[in-house]
Design a protein around this ligand. Structure first.
Ligand SMILES: Cc1cc2nc3c(=O)[nH]c(=O)nc-3n(C[C@H](O)[C@H](O)[C@H](O)COP(=O)(O)OP(=O)(O)OC[C@H]3O[C@@H](n4cnc5c(N)ncnc54)[C@H](O)[C@@H]3O)c2cc1C
Length: 504
């Protein structure tokens, strides 16, 4: 509970309807998408401007309340869960797009702007005069309709949560996505930030207002990406806009063995082909997606690889042919190629909706996230499946295979404490195994509270100490999101707490 004095001070800064203190309403903010980490915040506030963020931060510091930044809460590692009577400061409603400058290929937006809302707003603009008729973006032209000049730009990071997640959250977690294989992660698309630090100061780092490159000095935007809300509250971002492909081929290869699909992925990469995306689903996930979207995938399929290539139209068919040969060499039961934009859109919609479909078969699920060498995919999936079996847990997989991200999804019932404990223990073993084979503690979801205890398994003492010094440079008193990403003496989080509050 927030003290009456703190609530009074927050009310002097923000209107009543942007402060939540009612326990029933706070329930919604107890967790993010990693629902095992659950704790009720003392309060939740919604800010609309940098000035409000500064005033709120100063008030929270005066009252010694932990400050917990939150975007739209789609995170999968418990990064925006408030412990120790912390107050959630949500930028979700601070979501204006301030400027889209197509001539300079940059956009400026507030942290709460949803990822897809930004790309949609960019797409709605006409192509700048200077680029009309250059032929550079002529693919898909409809002469005489004006569509020839449609603008090809977008904000490239495309996490599957892009309809809901905010660009502030994307930058804070350094989100990846379906097209990370070719377009890279969020940090490659961030030019600059405005951020409020825990002492209430406002810093602006990186390039802004039309500049497409950094400003010199340390690459602070690069450092802030992936800070998981532990440095400060991001209020505004300057982001890169890049042209999206106008020619593409989409292909679905179905396999009767998961190992064959995994070997296909690693062979495509080894062959030097760079697809725009290469996603994989296992048999359970195929059947869930089939039930929800009716693509006609065979019920016996054990794995599916969804591959997209893009680039110069004339070169695509030959590239695709190489990929088809690799699929066939690895015993693909079928391959389907499509140039149809509607089919392509439907396939990607299904892929992005895959997580939601799990609700049909399991009360709860926990998505794990690591990155492993792509040549190890088959072995990694088999071992993680064995670990799941040891703990009586069913696992399904849907993941960005092309970049070596693995997302084993543990299915369980969170009303059963024993199952929750089993998920946590099995997840830890799976993650440590991924690190043992040369992988990393997180592929894209971040560390949050979920993987805090595994950080020292991946990083040695000097490295952990250096991380700590970086945190101290931004937030020396540990006022912001202490106990996330890095262990903290100030806020200690135990996920295996007996008698944990569990929603029924
Ligand atoms: C169905 C589904 C699919 C997903 N697919 C992907 C995927 O393909 N790739 C991927 O990388 N992730 C994916 N995610 C995870 C999640 O969507 C991303 O981590 C996303 O970037 C989180 O954004 P958010 O706005 O929801 O942030 P939140 O969940 O609100 O917060 C995440 C972290 O960022 C910090 N934060 C948020 N906003 C700010 C701010 N303004 N200032 C400072 N810190 C802040 C928080 O403190 C927290 O540590 C998926 C999640 C779901 C539910």
């Amino acid at each position: 509970m927030a003290s009456p004095e703190l609530i009074g001070e927050l009310r002097s800064i923000l209107p009543e309807d942007r402060i939540i203190v009612d326990p029933a309403e706070l329930f919604v903010y107890e967790s993010d998408g990693f629902t095992i980490a659950r704790n009720r915040p003392a309060a939740v506030v919604f800010v609309l401007s940098t000035e409000e963020v500064v005033a709120v931060v100063k008030a929270l510091v005066r009252h010694e309340a932990q400050i917990v930044p939150r975007g739209t809460g789609t995170g999968l590692a418990g990064g925006c869960v408030a412990y120790d009577n912390g107050v959630v400061v949500s930028t979700a409603k601070m979501n204006r797009i301030l400027k889209i400058d197509l001539a300079n290929r940059v956009a400026h937006a507030e942290a709460g702007c949803r990822n897809l809302a930004l790309s949609d707003a960019v797409a709605a603009l006409p192509l700048p005069e200077a680029e009309k008729g250059t032929g550079a973006f002529s693919s898909g032209e409809k002469k005489g309709t004006g569509a020839f000049f449609s603008n090809p730009y977008h904000f490239a990071p495309d996490p599957s949560s892009q309809r809901a997640s905010s660009i502030g959250g994307n930058a804070s977690t350094n989100a990846g996505g379906i097209h990370t294989l070719k377009d890279f992660v969020t940090s490659n698309h961030i030019l600059g930030f405005e951020m409020v630090l825990s002492d209430g100061s406002v810093v602006e780092v990186g390039a802004k207002d039309g500049c497409y490159e950094g400003e010199g000095g340390f690459d602070l935007p690069g450092l802030i990406c992936g800070h998981e809300g532990t440095f400060g509250i991001i209020t505004k971002l300057w982001v890169r806009l890049v042209p999206k492909a106008t020619s593409f081929r989409t292909m679905v290869a179905v396999f009767n063995a998961t190992a064959d699909a995994c070997n296909t992925v690693s062979e495509v990469i080894a062959a030097g082909v760079l697809p725009a995306a290469m996603e994989m689903m296992d048999g359970t996930m195929i059947r869930l997606v089939e039930e929800a979207f009716h693509f006609g995938f065979p019920p016996t399929a054990q794995a599916l690889v969804l591959i997209e290539i893009d680039g110069i139209d004339a070169l695509l068919d030959a590239q695709l042919d190489d990929i088809v040969q690799i699929c066939k060499r690895n015993n693909a039961a079928s391959t389907e190629i499509s140039r149809d934009p509607d089919r392509r859109a439907a396939l990607w919609k299904a892929r992005k909706g895959a997580f939601g479909a799990i609700g049909r078969v399991s009360h709860s699920y926990c998505t794990q996230d690591a990155c492993v060498p792509r040549s190890m995919l088959a072995q990694v999936l088999t071992t993680i499946d064995q670990i799941g079996r040891e703990y009586g847990l069913a696992i399904t997989n849907v993941f960005h295979a092309g970049d070596g991200n693995v997302h084993p999804i543990f299915m369980y019932d969170e009303r059963d404490e024993a199952q929750v404990q089993n998920v946590l223990v099995a997840a830890e073993r799976a993650l440590k195994y991924c690190i043992d084979v040369g992988g990393t503690v997180t592929g894209e979801h971040g560390v949050g509270v979920e993987k805090l205890h595994i950080m020292p398994y991946q990083f040695d003492r000097p490295t952990m100490a250096q991380f700590q010094r970086v945190k101290e440079a931004f937030d020396p008193q540990e006022r912001i999101n202490a106990g996330k990403l890095l262990p903290s003496e100030k806020v200690k989080v135990t996920l295996l707490k007996p008698g944990r509050h569990v929603p029924q």
